[in-house]
Design a protein around this ligand. Structure first.
Ligand code: SAM
Ligand code: GLN
Length: 288
């Protein structure tokens, strides 16, 4: 029997050849051993268990074909929560955890005196944003929408697993919220924002759903739809929070200034220094 260490290093050459970080094999093994309550680092030099060898070898064969680790595992960690994923949903990204953290800080300040925060997550995918927000802030009353019924099914499974009450609606962007005549304190959206013609790395382009990635010719199509719907779905005092592409700040700030001259707009960088989050705050009052 190979040791756990040997199991990982058997794949070094293949990983290198396919330009996949060597770390991926160790993280994969860490997750498999965690599932079986084996402490990988205490047992690193010990013979690996038969069932782990089988699962590891089968998974690594997929990983060297560029399949993302999260799809092989069937879950991804988001804001400390396990989120089930499959090829019907985008794998939640670390940048999006930063969006959640920013929203929690801002809603805390903006809605200190409210007993509830009526919130919507448009294009919820796996449900990652909606579920993390609802877990972290019990005042959230969360509605989550997506055009993909298959994505909503995944998000529903996640909501049950995490025991979070979220209302799910299938439909085109803000349309289901308009139909339900909702008036919201908070609208969050990480829309598909990659320009249609952009070439993506294989692990993304070949495995992740294109409906979750591409946002029209300039990548901004879905932001415009949410901006247009905003007066119908927001309360006077409200926050809109978006994830954005690293080069979309100027264009989006211009659109926001034109659409909402009374609102306050701010773009915040992610941990890598890239413009990544857009917040539009309506402080209420002056719109009367
Ligand atoms: N919110 C998830 C996250 O942050 O990990 C997923 C974000 S993914 C970038 C965009 C999501 O928008 C996908 O789940 C996709 O199915 C959904 N979507 C695409 N077009 C849509 C539309 N017209 N109306 C509603 N949702 C849409
Ligand atoms: N961050 C994703 C990527 O680079 C894109 C997500 C999105 O379009 N919202 O693949």
């Amino acid at each position: 029997m190979p040791s756990y260490r040997q199991l990982v290093h058997q794949w070094d050459a293949q990983l290198q050849q396919h330009q996949i970080p060597l770390e991926t094999a160790r993280v994969f093994l860490l997750e498999l051993t965690r599932q079986q309550d084996v402490d990988l680092y205490l047992n690193y030099e010990q013979p690996a268990s038969e069932s782990i060898i089988q699962a590891f070898e089968a998974g690594m064969a997929r990983i060297v074909k560029q399949e993302p680790l999260a799809y092989v595992l069937g879950y991804s960690w988001f804001y400390g929560y396990p989120i089930q994923v499959n090829e019907d949903v985008l794998i939640p990204r670390p940048e999006t955890e930063e969006l959640v953290a920013q929203i929690l800080a801002r809603t805390d300040e903006l809605f200190t005196d409210s007993s509830f925060i009526e919130a919507a997550d448009i294009g919820t995918g796996s449900g990652a944003i909606a579920l993390a927000l609802a877990k972290e802030e019990p005042k959230m009353r969360m509605v989550a929408t997506d055009i993909s019924e298959k994505a909503i099914a995944v998000a529903q499974t996640n909501a049950r697993a995490l025991a979070v009450p979220v209302r799910f609606l299938v439909g085109d962007m803000a349309q289901p919220l308009i139909e339900q005549r909702l008036k919201l304190d908070l609208v969050v959206c990480n829309p598909p924002y990659i320009p249609d013609q952009e070439v993506l790395e294989a692990s993304v382009a070949e495995y992740e759903p294109h409906v979750a990635l591409f946002g029209g010719e300039d990548g901004l199509k879905f932001y415009r739809q949410v901006f247009a719907a905003a007066p119908l779905i927001l309360k006077d005092k409200a926050l809109m929070a978006f994830e954005i592409g690293w080069n979309q700040k100027e264009a989006l700030l211009q659109e926001v200034a034109a659409a909402f001259p009374e609102a306050q707009a701010e773009v915040v960088r992610d941990i890598n220094g890239k413009d990544r989050m857009l917040f539009v705050t309506f402080s209420g009052g002056q719109q009367e």
